[in-house]
Design a protein around this ligand. Structure first.
Ligand code: AHR
Length: 480
């Protein structure tokens, strides 16, 4: 297989926000996975697990979305401020009917964002919240001077406002966020966003609730009726092995489910292309970003775990899903501005799993590690004979090129030659690979699937040649 590299696609930068994450009040994501409270014997800083924060910082997570998800549309932010012992206890009706003690609220979220050195994406409540409630939350977070909400925040110990770049107006308003029709939601969006006021000089990037998967009508109605009032519109697509109600298992699956999950992940490309055609109709300048704020594998929960907690293992197959999807986002960087993997810790396709004091990095974590250089790099286009089971993207920062390439064949090695039409130097590669389709890390064997040096690579003037093992993700760096 020969791939020819073209020069960079003029002006297209791969937004670092494509490498974003999503953490909801769901199962053991926030509580246990991230927040253990400052009286926990699990090492923490102001309640945030040190091991998890450190691991997330290593992959440079650029943005974190919170508090949901479906939870966002029943979250009343005032329940989560003030003295912890006096915070209201509510029922998390979406996720297992468990008691939510609201110990992790606005102050804790911004503490987390500070520790992660990332940006905040807060999702507001349209489904069961009022316009006033949303307006006041934005005021509470971002108002510096004297105002009722700024004063309340100061009374709660936070003198300075926080930085909030991204704000979502509702989540899945077509489903768990209110079962609305697009005409109704687009009017509500226009109303609610009016009161997402600019209290600081940092412009708030407003995100409208976009379509579920291939609901092209939703995209069309939203773009037609409300696009002048939003900066971004969301898209949700989860990779499934088959029917929604009959999800395949995360480990011990047959070959067909390797392929069905991969096929579902690859569908992201078609979805982005088709939604982009609609967006282009109303926004040819591409001012509006497509925000894929929920994506990843959605598989059956681990046996014995609470079905409402969505806890699943994470294998080399999920690493393929991540590698393929991130390559798709990179290659559509002219429209995709942000993406948020669901969900950071202990839920769906997590980068981290925890059990008591222990923490492991999943194969998906390692993909985010391998892809780091793409953040805010220039997209490079390519053409050639690219076999069906190979996914790649290429970017450039100054004279450094990064190629991320994934061979999702189960058995075949794929020989690849990439011609840069200019001499290449200092080539080095790293690889994540496994021999079993469901290879994964466990608390007993945390490094079963890990990144290693990739040596099956050679250069010949302008050409890079490599033999890609099956079930592998490779990141190559070189200078031009
Ligand atoms: O990520 C889990 C759930 O999936 C989210 O809460 C919701 O937005 C989506 O349906």
């Amino acid at each position: 297989m020969a791939i020819n590299v073209l020069s960079s696609k003029k002006g297209t930068i791969i937004s670092k926000y494509i490498y974003g994450h999503f953490s909801e009040h769901l199962g053991r994501c926030i509580y246990e996975g991230i927040y253990v409270g400052d009286d926990s014997d699990i090492p923490n800083v102001n309640g945030m697990r040190t091991d998890v924060v450190e691991a997330l910082k290593k992959i440079k997570i650029p943005v974190l979305r919170w508090p949901g998800g479906c939870f966002a549309d029943e979250y009343h932010w005032k329940d989560g401020i003030g003295k912890k012992s006096e915070r209201k206890k509510i029922v998390n009706t979406h996720w297992g009917g468990v008691t939510e003690n609201n110990h992790f609220g606005t102050h804790e979220f911004f503490e987390l964002v500070k520790q992660l050195e990332c940006e905040a994406y807060v999702n507001g409540n349209v489904g069961s919240g009022t316009v006033q409630e949303m307006q006041e939350w934005v005021e509470y977070i971002t108002m510096a001077g004297e105002s009722p909400m700024a004063n309340l925040r100061k009374d709660n110990g936070q003198e300075e406002p926080w930085k909030m770049r991204f704000f979502g107006v509702g989540n899945e308003s077509w489903g768990c966020g209110g079962n609305m029709r697009p005409e109704y939601y687009s009017d509500l969006y226009r109303q609610y966003q009016t009161y997402v006021r600019q209290y600081s000089s940092e412009k708030i990037y407003k995100i409208a609730c976009g379509p579920n998967v291939d609901d092209y009508n939703w995209m069309d109605v939203l773009m037609k009726n409300a696009s002048p009032w939003f900066d971004g519109i969301s898209l949700h697509h989860y990779a499934l092995t088959g029917e929604w109600l009959n999800k395949g298992t995360a480990t011990g699956f047959p070959k067909e489910e390797w392929w069905s999950l991969i096929k579902s992940a690859n569908r992201m490309d078609e979805l982005i292309r088709k939604h982009s055609i609609i967006m282009d109709k109303y926004d040819p300048e591409k001012r509006i970003g497509l925000i894929v704020d929920e994506w990843g594998s959605w598989l059956a929960v681990e046996p014995g775990s609470n079905p409402g907690f969505l806890y699943q293992q994470n294998t080399i197959r999920d690493a393929m899903v991540a590698a393929i999807t991130l390559n798709i986002f990179n290659n559509h960087a002219d429209r995709v501005y942000m993406a948020n993997l669901a969900q950071t810790v202990n839920v769906l396709q997590s980068v981290i799993l925890t059990e008591g004091h222990s923490m492991i990095k999943t194969p998906t974590y390692h993909v985010f590690d391998l892809y780091q250089n793409h953040q805010d790099a220039e997209l490079i286009e390519y053409y050639g004979e690219i076999p069906e089971n190979i996914s790649l993207s290429i970017s450039k920062k100054e004279n450094k090129i990064t190629i991320t390439i994934c061979n999702y064949n189960i058995e075949n090695v794929e020989n690849v030659s990439i011609d840069f039409e200019t001499n290449v130097n200092n080539v080095k590669g790293r690889i994540l690979a496994a021999e079993a389709m469901d290879a994964h890390n466990t608390f007993e064997k945390p490094n079963e699937v890990d990144v290693k040096e990739f040596t099956d690579i050679s250069t010949n003037e302008s050409e890079v040649e490599m033999a890609l093992p099956p079930m592998s993700v490779i990141a190559v760096e070189l200078d031009v």
